[in-house]
Design a protein around this ligand. Structure first.
Ligand code: OAD
Length: 257
């Protein structure tokens, strides 16, 4: 382990509470493309066409083509050591909370339950008429979409992916849970992990500021760090590789091995 990784390990061994704020980079080593940068989903693609309410109103078939392809790719990818480490952490820390911007299902498949999917889920649809949110265990068929048969609700309304698009509001109740974590963690040693997010969309959703308010240690894990000015420690490495090295040691030391 590098000296920085050793520091993270020491902090995690001594922590009572852990909060993780994650983005697309956590799933990169599983083979899920990130949004920004070379090879990213938004590279050369007009975001407003596929990730805004206007884009969906103008051309729902184009939007569904994009999301059906994303859904279809999920069964062939698997959680990596970063997802698994985060899932194990929820058994070791109290309070613990994982907030992800990712709409894939890799955190759930790794076992995470104390999880907020702040940008929604690819595994759900929402009716544009009655508003019902429905789980979607099987992907929407790209062939059906190509044939112009878009998914519909039992009420007849057009279904949309249950993801947050640009220009849409986040669910305020999720922020209540986030603030609840920081109230509960205010008087215990806390590590806040910011992993694999460019912060371009969220600016961190106030997480670095909340961490500072309670005196938590803020650690960023990202090969191209975006929060290093506010982080106590910025580790420039892929999250799966790094947590695959650091977490087993932390787990063993906490268990007293
Ligand atoms: P981005 O694509 O903006 O950023 C991905 C981040 O992951 C970058 O900072 C990369 O350096 C980093 N990264 C790449 N590989 C990594 C690895 N192996 N380990 C750790 N980090 C790695 O994705 P997000 O910040 O998640 O929103 O984007 C936030 C939102 O913007 C998404 O939820 C989506 C998008 O537009 C909507 O669709 C509304």
């Amino acid at each position: 382990m590098t000296p920085g990784e050793q520091t993270l390990a020491d902090w995690l061994v001594g922590a009572r509470a852990v909060f993780a704020f994650c983005g697309a980079g956590v799933s990169a080593e599983s083979g899920v493309p990130t949004f920004r940068g070379a090879g990213g989903l938004w590279e050369g693609r007009p975001v407003e066409e596929v990730a805004t309410p206007e884009g969906f109103r103008n051309d729902p078939q184009r939007v569904w083509r994009f999301y059906a392809d994303r859904m279809a790719s999920l069964p062939s990818v698997s959680p990596n050591p970063a997802h698994r480490a985060l899932a194990e952490m929820e058994e070791c820390y109290d309070p613990f909370l994982l907030v992800t911007q990712n709409v894939d299902d890799l955190h759930e498949r790794a076992g995470s339950r104390k999880l907020i999917k702040i940008h929604g889920s690819l595994m759900e649809t929402r009716c544009t008429a009655c508003g019902e949110v429905l789980p979607r265990p099987d992907p929407v068929s790209s062939a059906e979409v190509a044939a112009g048969r878009l998914p519909r609700c039992a009420c007849g309304g057009l279904l949309r992916p249950n993801v947050v698009w640009f220009g849409e509001y986040l669910d305020r109740r999720q922020f209540d849970r986030i603030y609840g974590f920081f109230r509960a963690a205010a008087h215990v040693p806390t590590v806040v992990l910011v992993i694999g997010t460019s912060g371009v969309v969220s600016g961190g959703y106030g997480v670095p500021e909340l961490a500072a308010q309670i005196g938590a240690r803020l650690v960023e894990i990202n090969p191209d760090p975006a929060f290093q000015e506010v982080a106590d420690l910025a580790l420039a490495a892929p999250a799966g590789e790094l947590l695959g090295r650091v977490w087993p040691e932390v787990r063993a030391r906490r268990a007293g091995d």
